[in-house]
Design a protein around this ligand. Structure first.
Ligand SMILES: [Zn+2]
Length: 130
């Protein structure tokens, strides 16, 4: 079993801040420590809040529930514990994120190179036909 990335508090990290941090800070965070509530997850039912305006704004549909109203016209989805979601720049994995050792890295890279080679081959092949 691979080792998993941990949050600064020591718990298993299930969120990863994808852009990373410039100062090499830990970008892996647990479910309790992650910053929640971000405007990127907010929707408005006022059409003037969108540019170009969206007629009637964006109303929650059945699939969006559970939701929470931030104010009279802004809503956001919440999880089963009623918590807002982190910024969309976070990616979630309930099983955590593996710390790869050199062997696992090698396998992933070789798979990647194979698919790139395959892509290039298909691309050349296609162009020949045209
Ligand atoms: Zn934590």
């Amino acid at each position: 079993m691979s080792k998993k990335h941990l949050c600064n508090c020591g718990k298993l990290a299930v969120w990863l801040y994808m852009p990373g941090y410039e100062n090499n800070e830990n970008s892996f965070v647990c479910d309790d420590c992650v910053d929640r509530g971000c405007q990127c997850n907010y929707y408005s039912i006022r059409e003037e809040d969108y540019n170009p305006p969206i007629k009637g704004g964006i109303l929650p549909t059945e699939e969006d529930y559970p939701i929470k109203w931030i104010n009279d016209y802004t809503w956001t989805k919440v999880d089963e514990k009623g918590r807002e979601y982190p910024c969309c720049e976070y990616t979630y994995n309930e099983n955590g994120f593996n710390i790869m050792n050199w062997f696992e890295r090698k396998i992933i890279y070789s798979k990647l190179f194979t698919s790139i080679r395959f892509f290039i081959y298909n691309f050349k092949h296609k162009n020949k036909k045209i």
